[in-house]
Design a protein around this ligand. Structure first.
Ligand SMILES: Nc1nc2c(c(=O)[nH]1)N[C@H]1C(S)=C(S)[C@@H](COP(=O)(O)OP(=O)(O)OC[C@H]3O[C@@H](n4cnc5c(=O)[nH]c(N)nc54)[C@H](O)[C@@H]3O)O[C@H]1N2
Ligand SMILES: Nc1nc2c(c(=O)[nH]1)N[C@H]1C(S)=C(S)[C@@H](COP(=O)(O)OP(=O)(O)OC[C@H]3O[C@@H](n4cnc5c(=O)[nH]c(N)nc54)[C@H](O)[C@@H]3O)O[C@H]1N2
Ligand SMILES: [Mo]
Length: 686
């Protein structure tokens, strides 16, 4: 060592954070930083729900943050739309030009923000961005792509996205894991289910796929996609005919029992067995278990509401706990999402009062169709500019054929804030480097537990990356927006996110703080519905001209109903990706290997499909190639295209959303990813 260089110990610290990803677990993170470089990311052992453990994906967080292909400079398009050819420019130049391009659009409603849950943070999600778009008078985005069918179903039944506390599942005697592959997508819930299992509880999985979770449950009801309401109604039928009901709870805490009773009596198990494609005895046994075991808990997840009748199916399932009085126990009831328990100060964060003119709303799930729509009296102006952040619509939105065509419009001005050159970034006019969770402040609610988490920056922004909030603050200045709220810094946004109900000093000290909630919130009724009861019958739905009671609303594309496309396809998450995030992280992609289609041996044989063969999956909307995995994880008549690969990393530059449709659900205006008929043929990539 040269004499002039002073040797000093490396500075080493651990910074408390929160996992930003779209997952019910919302883990507390501890990032080890040495000399300004993040060395590793661990689960915080002090946070009970995280319990010091992370999933395989987030344990590799530094591999993603320091990925050699991260976008580190602003880029301007230099080739045709979608070619992925870009030239680096300065932030100054990019911001000036973007402001000029937006100012040149005469009707601000021709400008559309497109964002979802790349980060679930309240600050880097919709705070400064929402202020910016309200002040601009841009179109608003209906954020329906994931959970709005189930969300509305739950709201019209229980009153909101509310339910059991997740930790109490550990004390349940019977757990129905319904439309959820918990081991793959909700690992920290699975710990509680395992604890219950060790204590003797029975675990039942309700899923068209024999998932990793189904493997570990005592019972698996492998029903056809989109038939959950039929199953729930048949369970009610059995609860009624055997009088396994809690009459006192029904009397005092529910609404519409005589009507629901009449509806359920039309669903004997034989009828449901036919619709669901299940043995009748399996339905009877489940009803017996549910009617005779306390406390019984249902972990309902969003996998069962991505079909035409997803809203009604959620309503039907959400009626069950009240019928048997399961809510009386803290380990009984249902949990789909806990997000409605959090006192999020949306007004303070997003400032809707900044909007002066009229506003139209565009549904993010029909972005393909809407980008191609001309101006009209009904639609309003043609979409002329898109600003995308926290989302990868070209890969994740349904019916990619139309989405890609829309993003390729030469007259569309597109700005994408991203970490990587995703399929969407490839279609941008400007790609701007965004910070990751290790580099910015944020604060998080959760949809799987009831703790607030604070995320402090662990390292300085990598390269020239700027946070979403920084971008919108700086663009606001160039647009001439002078309201003082555009000067709020991220730490003060974090402070305002939950108001005084959450102790910010506690968050600063520990990184997390639990909401103060009763253990069994609906033991004595008190649901947040208009009536204060669990609403079997919803007057609010009836007032909209809809069925006030839950019913079985069949899929539009029922398995076996089309000669041309006889297979029903579902496309649930691959375990080592998070939607389309992490597909470019090599160590994780190596585990998933290639886009895969699980197909039952019978269906494979009749089509001449062999294990490992390249197949084409197709319908009238489009087609994509992937590798067949002949497996009994798929039931006969149903194929499983594990999601969501980047198109450009697929076998032929496409992915599963080529075949999904832009139809919407019965409630909540949501996509129907799992209501999709296809045919499959062995066919190498041309
Ligand atoms: N590893 C990983 N974790 C994730 C995600 C990911 O991509 N990867 N995604 C995250 C996101 S965005 C969300 S919204 C959450 C929740 O995400 P969900 O979409 O709930 O995902 P899963 O838990 O995989 O549950 C889907 C399960 O539902 C099943 N299913 C499909 N159709 C039906 C049906 O009609 N009825 C029933 N009963 N089941 C059906 C599928 O086979 C699958 O096993 O998970 C999050 N966690
Ligand atoms: N076929 C099929 N399609 C589906 C589904 C399915 O089950 N099957 N699932 C649907 C569901 S449940 C969902 S939730 C959607 C998910 O759709 P998206 O919310 O679009 O999720 P991702 O594909 O993970 O894309 C998020 C992007 O945000 C970026 N990002 C992360 N953090 C930040 C940040 O701080 N700033 C900025 N600017 N960018 C950031 C990431 O790099 C990533 O590219 O997909 C839906 N699509
Ligand atoms: Mo989602």
């Amino acid at each position: 060592m040269p004499a002039t260089e002073v040797s000093r110990p490396p500075s080493r610290q651990q910074v408390r954070g929160a996992c930003p990803h779209d997952c019910p677990d919302t883990c507390a993170l501890l990032t080890t930083v040495e000399d300004g470089v993040a060395q590793r990311v661990d689960g915080n052992p002090a946070h009970a729900h995280t319990a010091g453990a992370l999933c395989t994906k987030v344990a590799r967080y530094t591999e993603r943050s320091y990925h050699p292909e991260r976008v580190l400079q602003p880029l301007r398009r230099s080739g045709p739309k979608g070619s992925g050819q870009f030239t680096p420019v300065s932030w100054e130049e990019a911001l000036e030009d973007i402001a000029a391009r937006l100012k040149a659009i005469s009707d601000p409603q021709a400008i559309l923000p497109y964002s979802y849950a790349g980060t679930m943070g309240q600050v880097q999600g919709e705070s400064m961005a929402a202020r910016f778009f309200h002040r601009l008078g841009a179109s608003q985005l209906d954020r329906t792509i994931c959970a709005s069918a189930g969300g509305e179903g739950l709201t019209h039944t229980l009153g909101g996205k509310v339910g059991m506390k997740v930790e109490h599942f550990a004390e349940s005697r019977l757990i129905l894991i319904w439309g959820s592959n918990s081991i793959g997508s909700n690992l920290h819930f699975w710990r509680h289910a395992q604890e219950a299992k060790r204590q003797g509880a029975k675990l039942v999985c309700i899923d068209p796929r024999r998932s990793e979770t189904a493997d570990k449950c005592h019972e698996h009801l492998q029903l056809l996609p989109g038939t959950d309401a039929a199953l729930a109604l048949a369970l009610m039928h059995e609860l009624i005919t055997h009088d396994w009901l809690d009459h006192d709870y029904i009397e005092r805490h529910t609404l519409g029992w005589p009507q629901l009773r009449e509806r359920a009596l039309q669903w004997p198990p034989e009828r449901a067995a036919q619709v669901c494609g299940l043995p009748v005895e399996q339905i009877r046994q489940l009803a017996r278990d549910y009617g005779s075991t306390q406390p019984a808990a249902i972990r309902l997840n969003y996998g069962m509401q991505r079909v035409h009748g997803g809203g009604n199916a959620t309503r039907a399932v959400a009626c069950l706990p009240a019928l048997v009085g399961a809510w009386r126990h803290r380990a009984g009831g249902l949990l789909m999402s806990s997000s409605g328990h959090f006192p999020v100060q949306t007004q303070a964060l997003q400032r809707p009062e900044l909007r002066r003119g009229p506003s139209r709303t565009i549904n993010m799930s029909t972005i393909g169709r809407d980008l191609l729509r001309p101006a009209s009296a009904e639609f309003g102006p043609r979409i002329e500019a898109l600003i995308v952040y926290n989302s990868n619509p070209v890969a994740v939105a349904p019916e990619s054929g139309q989405v890609v065509q829309g993003f390729r419009r030469e007259d569309l001005f597109t700005v994408v804030l991203e970490h990587f050159m995703t399929d969407t970034a490839d279609h941008a006019d400007y790609v701007l480097p965004a910070t990751t969770q290790l580099e910015h402040w944020d604060i998080h609610a959760s949809y799987g537990h009831t703790d607030v988490l604070l995320n402090r920056p662990a390292i300085a922004p990598v390269g020239e990356a700027r946070s979403n909030t920084t971008f919108f603050r700086q663009l606001a200045r160039r647009m001439g927006f002078e309201e003082p709220c555009f000067a709020d810094d991220d730490e003060s946004l974090c402070r305002s996110a939950f108001g005084k109900q959450v102790d910010f000093e506690e968050l600063l000290a520990h990184g997390f703080a639990s909401l103060k909630l009763p253990d069994a919130p609906y033991a004595e009724g008190g649901f947040p519905t208009p009536s204060g009861r669990c609403e079997f019958f919803s007057q609010r739905l009836a007032d909209q001209g809809l069925d006030g009671l839950p019913d079985h609303v069949p899929n539009r594309e029922v398995a076996g109903s089309s000669k041309q496309y006889p297979l029903a396809m579902i496309s649930p998450p691959a375990r080592h990706f998070l939607n389309s995030t992490f597909v470019n992280v090599k160590s994780l992609r190596d585990i998933e290997t290639e886009p895969v289609l699980e197909i039952h041996p019978q269906d494979a044989q009749s089509r001449g499909v062999t294990d490992g063969a390249v197949v084409r999956v197709f319908n009238d909307r489009g087609s994509y190639h992937c590798r067949a995995r002949v497996s009994e994880r798929a039931r006969p008549g149903v194929v499983v295209g594990l999601g969501i690969w980047w198109r450009k990393m697929g076998l032929a530059g496409t992915n599963v959303n080529e075949v999904t449709s832009q139809e919407l659900t019965d409630l909540g205006r949501a996509p129907v990813f799992y209501d999709c008929a296809v045919e499959v043929a062995p066919e190498p990539v041309a």
